[in-house]
Design a protein around this ligand. Sequence first.
Ligand code: GP9
Ligand code: MN
Length: 616
Amino acid sequence: MSKMKQMYLNLKKFKLIGIVLILLWIKTLIVMLAGFNITPHSLMDICLLLINSIGSLMIVLGVSFYFRKKIHAFTLFLMMVIITGILYADLLYFRFYSDYVTLPILFQFKNVGGIGPSTFELMSPWDVLLFIDILWAGWYLKKKRRMPSIKPREKATYLLAGTAVVMLTILLGLIKSPYLFEEVYDREQMVTAIGPFNYHLYDTGYALGVNLNPLTASRNDTSSPLKYTKSKENEQTDLFGIAKGKNVILISMESTQNFVINKKIEGEEITPFLNSLVDESFYFNQIYDQTAQGKTSDSEFMIDTGLYPLASGSVFVRNPDNVFKGMPHILKESGGYYSAVFHGNDATFWNRNRMYDSLGYDRFFSKKDYEVTEENSVNYGIKDIPFFDQSVSYLQDLPRPFYSRFITLTNHFPFLLEEKDQFISEASTKVDVVNRYVTTVRYEDEAIKEFFGKLKEEGIYEDSIFVLYGDHYGISEKYEPGVMELLGMEDTTLNHVQLQQVPLIIHIPGTEGKTITSIGGEVDIRPTILHLLGIESRENLSFGHNLFTRVKNHPVIFRDGGFVTEKYIFKDNMCYRRKNGEAVMDNQCDSYKEIARKELGMSDDIIYGDLLRFLE
Ligand code: GP9
Ligand code: MN
């Protein structure tokens, strides 16, 4: 037999695997292009898109013969089902979160539940197309009795070929994005470069690997983050110590975005109380949501520690036993503060019960401390008005001064509210979620107003400083067109980024109001509060900047590596001029990218390595 013929016969054995490979490859390509909306910008992008799933698919399909002499039909079918299942789960997750699943997020479902709305809502009839080839494969493989046998040498060659394609993919990925693996948090960059299957593999390895970091970390690892954070500017202002010794009352306003402030719907204000408060407070109107997959818990984490949240999963769930230097610790040390959190949900949600111990809280008032009935609850639990109402009596009994956080809940997706609690009519955009949102925000506003009223009656108001902040976005990208319609905005990158702003209102009774337009993020809230309380915080390992003196061109960094500066916006690996949203050359953003990489990397090192234990 000629060599050519022999080669042909050898290859023929792999015909079936080849067909399955091509089917899965096409599906993956379609999902990447149409599902994840990956747009290739260059020839390199096209090459990567075309090859990045092939190597991993080859290796996985090989499982059908690695351990046997012949290709095992059922195993091949099973691999096809598993791969399609992963792809479909990725697609559904992406449709809701515009993000990729990570290993830690799968583990935190037990603390927070799964995908928000019903999974059915995320499905489309077209999705059936993803499964048609499986039906064919099931029928064909069942019918096909004789499967080709594969020799050990052929197995090795096949595995080698698969591995070579994976290596080539990684190489090209690194040529395109040299910081691919330093910027693991940029999941879009990673999936675009190495494909969804290699990404899942890397993400799993990374998530498991970082668990070992505390074993290898040492005091030396603290020196560069300490040096970096100590070099931050620390300008003093007349406001230093203006609220010295006062009680601190933080109000986490669930899902409250900045666009609701001073916005009217058919002549009615969405937040009449907050609007009036803004006039008598420091109102920071350019503060960005910096949370990631940990949502509310990420905002709490930033405010209490001045560290960035993790890129995947919530620190509350992943690292609750770390040593932290939380706000409660600092305030206890420097001002004898007692600290407490008030929240009407189960204590275990977001693992709060464990994490609050590490953050230094003295007391956590959770669901079991409230009278929660069907009548006074909606959606996740007790409504904000009874929540604040019942909290006041606990607050009266707290030792003074106290540091406290009240976490509201009613304005949570999918924004449900009985008619009797609606103080404003629903909006009338094409998106129901947005229409309901204005009613739950309005309800939250009423609850805060009543809370302030009670605190005045009880004499707590005068001795306190209030920090009200939106914890994160409420309207996800999927429903954003409704907000654009409501605000008469065009659907542009610039407007999308602007919608990531959350309100931050710091109210000190007796102090005149002022709107502060400098940019900032949630990580900056801690040093700002400490400044007002007259507490020097520079030596603490943290990344926030005092918002009253924040250096203008320091980027507000997001967890996916994107950022906003005074002049630029960096989003989805594109650099834009902030003034007009015009796309500009990448290198304009390069120096800020470097800062983002550095800060996110250091913050991750501190958390993964549990480095703060060395500074106790
Ligand atoms: C629930 C509250 C809301 O306890 O923190 O959760 P979220 O989904 O916004 O993180
Ligand atoms: Mn929240």
